[in-house]
Design a protein around this ligand. Structure first.
Ligand code: MCN
Length: 796
């Protein structure tokens, strides 16, 4: 195959990993069974805020089959406070995996048991007596910000964990010359990722070799290893994290929090210990998201062109967003990405993350881009209605244009490429926009309420946060084995998103192989390079680039060795299927001959020319070529990453008698640069959009004023099924990124971002004759019914 030709990249290859999933051979952490293994259970606080006065574990210790019972106070002798997951300048609390002195959310661990079975361990929990002194509870940001509010961390002096802001351009000038100023408040409720498999860890400690092995369900095995080693004070090189299949991560599996409990219990008992999170535990103490209030002011000229934005965000980040969870960073991302795909000449923003007695605030598909997206896309709808400019036209007037890339957004990020208008046009075409608009008028005359809603997303794939630099790199190693096949070692993790197939596609193209000739190896910190796992849709940006460059390097080496062996010039050679052949003669050598010769029987002069390392493997640490080490105007070191974008268009019908919303049609036109596998990308869009629809229509973590979570199971925390999700229409628009060798950008998070705004916009559009303004989500039938009643009365 000629250099650069593509057979696999862009192909709808079937997912390699699905063979084991559909044959029931997926291996999850809970499947791990070790000889002599104990089971852990965790006692959790019933109070949202309380001082721990005393814990009596004596009866639990006497129960037959119990091997260890530990409280936070006792555990403190063995471990250190949880290490922060994100390294951003903000207040970092001193917290332990098992609470010491005080609990700050209902569900926080206060003691743990290791026993011969989970049943015995759970029975032992019932025998532990804890004396609490309840403290006043704050659940809303308004309460938490009040003068004299109860403080979660009295040493901070307030409840604000993160506070950042900036003012760029002539903001006051923009507002004074504006024809229109729009002022709105947008809020979103609290929801969560609900991975099918909760968090889980099996720890096995060898005290003689000081070796800790942890099977763990995580999105980032190396980071988990570092966090576990730091917390337990173990030499990191002796900690091995093994991650097999992961039953969904969705950003929720980036910490090492409760997972360190079985590790400590394994050290104490000298036996392997398993802990698997129950659904109740997952809803109480897993990563929670959204839950914020934006106050937004937009200055615009007479044509609806944005002149300036003033924005204020207060996020309810629960008990913590840095140690138990990494959600505080989302607040900063939201500040940077509010302007999204639009030109904003002047921008003033303040973002605050406020702690309350709700559960941990962590990463969830979107990581702050969702927080930025909702107010901006909702504001587009409000502006469109007030100005009488169609929503698609208003967006067009404000879009950054394709010829303007790379584009430095006012809030800091450098956008690599995109064609926003093409995405918008395609999404409209897919829902047959003009026709639906006509039909809308007709149906309204018959008493049927149809609405169309749009939302545009733009996000960094690979992370970019003001005030900090993410480690913008990823390593990869590609090895030709003697038999002629290839192994790829990556620091990414398969969490269901399909990297075993897509990375193989990239390598297969570079080395002219079939997919079955390539094995992708991941999920074992003793075997993989120190890569950073998967979050912020970084795989197709960083991981893919590293693998492609390593395979290219190996290709050069293969050609050089073949030239040596065949005694021809490198330029005369090309790679054919599993072999190297001369372009001008019938000389040819197979990968097997080459692999055997180099690995097993290198000749006296060596077969690998001096300019290459010996062996037949190549390693690359790929880094974003565009990192500005010079602080920008806000004093930030900025990592420039890739920016996928998309447009979601939905058509809804609202039954005004019941408040029921039916999604009649939905289309996504998205741009993630070069698409490696369209089928996988479409699957990501289907799954991500379904999650976003869930958040828009039904998913909600409901807390009462005492900080009690009221819905801790799947019969009360509602989740969408196939019944609620329309058959999505999907189109790919490709604006290859100039920042990556293949032009690919990540996209896994994006589809979850747009549905809340698009659906809220569609509902407002459907109910425009009542003047309905959607102020709260999820749009459950009772809430929609209330809205109609309230606005119908207002409208008289
Ligand atoms: N892809 C592609 N071509 C592109 C971009 C992506 O073929 N131009 C493919 C990738 O190779 C990969 C998938 O699409 O197979 C998603 O790629 P990417 O967007 O790079 O995301 P990551 O591999 O970094 O995965 C993480 C991302 C995130 S951050 C969350 S959260 C998430 C997600 O992907 N959680 C998921 N998708 C998920 N999918 C499943 N099934 N389960 C989760 O927990």
């Amino acid at each position: 195959m000629a250099n650069g030709a593509r057979k696999w990249v862009g192909a709808r290859a079937k997912r390699k990993e699905d063979v084991r999933f559909v044959t029931g051979r997926g291996r999850y952490t809970d499947d791990v069974k070790l000889p002599g293994m104990l089971h852990a259970a965790v006692l959790r606080s019933p109070y949202a805020h309380a001082r721990i006065v005393n814990i009596d574990t004596s009866k639990a210790k006497q129960l037959e089959g119990v091997m260890a019972v530990i409280t936070g106070e006792e555990a403190k002798k063995f471990w250190k406070p949880l290490a922060p997951t994100i390294n951003i300048s903000m207040k970092v609390p001193e917290l332990y995996a098992i609470a010491v002195d005080k609990v700050r959310f209902a569900g926080e661990p206060v003691a743990a048991v290791a026993a011969v079975s989970r049943y015995v361990a759970e029975d032992a929990l019932d025998l532990i007596r804890v004396e609490y002194e309840p403290l006043p509870v704050v659940t809303s940001v308004e309460e938490a910000l009040e003068e004299g509010a109860p403080l979660l961390y009295p040493e901070w002096g307030d409840n604000v964990q993160v506070d950042w802001g900036c003012s760029i351009g002539d903001v006051e000038g923009a507002f004074s010359k504006a024809t229109h100023v729009f002022q709105e408040e947008f809020t979103q409720h609290r929801w969560t990722g609900v991975p099918m498999e909760g968090r889980a860890a099996v720890a096995d400690y060898d005290p003689y070799c000081k070796q800790m092995t942890v099977w763990m369900s995580t999105q980032a095995p190396n980071q988990s290893r570092t966090l576990i080693a730091q917390t337990l004070g173990l030499p990191e090189q002796n900690v091995r994290v093994i991650t097999q299949d992961v039953g969904g991560g969705f950003g929720n599996k980036l910490q090492a929090d409760a997972e360190v409990i079985p590790c400590l219990l394994a050290m104490i008992t000298g036996r392997p210990v398993k802990w698997t999170e129950s659904r109740v535990e997952n809803l109480l103490s897993g990563m929670q998201c959204r839950d914020y209030v934006w106050k937004l002011q937009v200055a615009a000229d007479g044509n609806g062109k944005i002149l300036g934005i003033k924005a204020d965000l207060v996020g309810n980040i629960g008990c913590d967003g840095t140690v138990r969870a990494a959600g505080a960073g989302k607040i900063l991302v939201a500040g940077a990405y509010l302007p999204g795909p639009y030109k904003v000449p002047a921008y003033e923003v303040r973002v605050r993350g406020v702690v309350t007695n709700k559960g941990p605030y962590g990463a969830y598909r979107g990581y702050g881009k969702d927080i930025a997206n909702f107010p901006m896309e909702r504001m587009m709808q409000v502006m469109s209605q007030k100005l009488g400019i169609p929503p698609e036209e208003l967006r067009r007037r404000n879009f950054i244009r394709p010829e303007e890339f790379p584009y430095k957004q006012i809030s800091g990020p450098l956008y690599d490429s995109g064609n926003f208008e093409a995405c918008l046009d395609k999404a409209l075409e897919l829902i047959d926009y003009a026709n639906v608009r006509n039909k809308q008028q007709e149906l309204r005359r018959q008493g049927k309420y149809l609405g169309i809603g749009l939302a545009f997303t733009l996000e960094p794939s690979g992370g970019a946060v003001p005030n900090c630099i993410f480690n913008g790199y990823e390593p990869a190693r590609v090895r030709l084995v003697p038999e002629g096949g290839v192994q790829v070692h990556t620091g990414l993790q398969n969490i269901g998103q399909g990297i075993e197939t897509t990375l193989a596609q990239v390598v297969a193209d570079e080395l002219n192989l079939d997919l079955d000739d390539v094995k992708v190896i991941f999920g074992d910190t003793d075997a993989m390079p120190y890569g950073l796992g998967v979050w912020s849709s970084r795989g197709a940006t960083y991981g893919v680039s590293a693998v492609k460059e390593a395979a290219r390097k190996l290709r050069e080496k293969i050609l050089a060795v073949a030239a040596n062996m065949l005694q021809v010039a490198v330029e005369d050679l090309e790679i054919d299927y599993k072999s190297v052949c001369s372009k001008t003669s019938d000389k040819r050598i197979s990968f097997r001959e080459l692999g055997n010769a180099v690995h097993l029987w290198p000749g006296p002069y060596g077969l690998v020319p001096k300019e290459h390392e010996a062996g037949l493997e190549a390693s690359v640490v790929w880094t974003s070529s565009v990192v500005s080490w010079t602080p920008d105007e806000l004093g930030r070191i900025v990592l420039y990453t890739t920016h996928p974008s998309s447009c979601l268009a939905v058509v809804v019908e609202v039954d005004i008698e019941t408040g029921q919303i039916k999604l009649l049609d939905a289309a996504v036109a998205h741009d993630c640069g070069t698409v490696i596998n369209p089928t996988i990308v479409e699957g990501q869009i289907q799954g991500g959009t379904a999650q976003g629809i869930g958040g828009a229509l039904m998913e909600e973590l409901k807390y009462d004023s005492n900080g009690q979570l009221l819905n801790v199971d799947m019969s009360t925390y509602l989740h969408p099924t196939a019944m609620e999700i329309p058959d999505l229409k999907i189109a790919h628009i490709e604006s290859p990124s100039p920042f990556t060798p293949l032009g690919s950008k990540g996209m896994g998070e994006g589809p979850t971002i747009a549905p809340p705004a698009a659906i809220a916009n569609a509902v407002e559009d459907a109910l425009s004759e009542f003047g309905v303004r959607v102020s709260e989500l999820p749009l459950t039938p009772d809430r929609v019914f209330e809205l109609i009643k309230r606005f119908a009365v207002k409208a008289g």
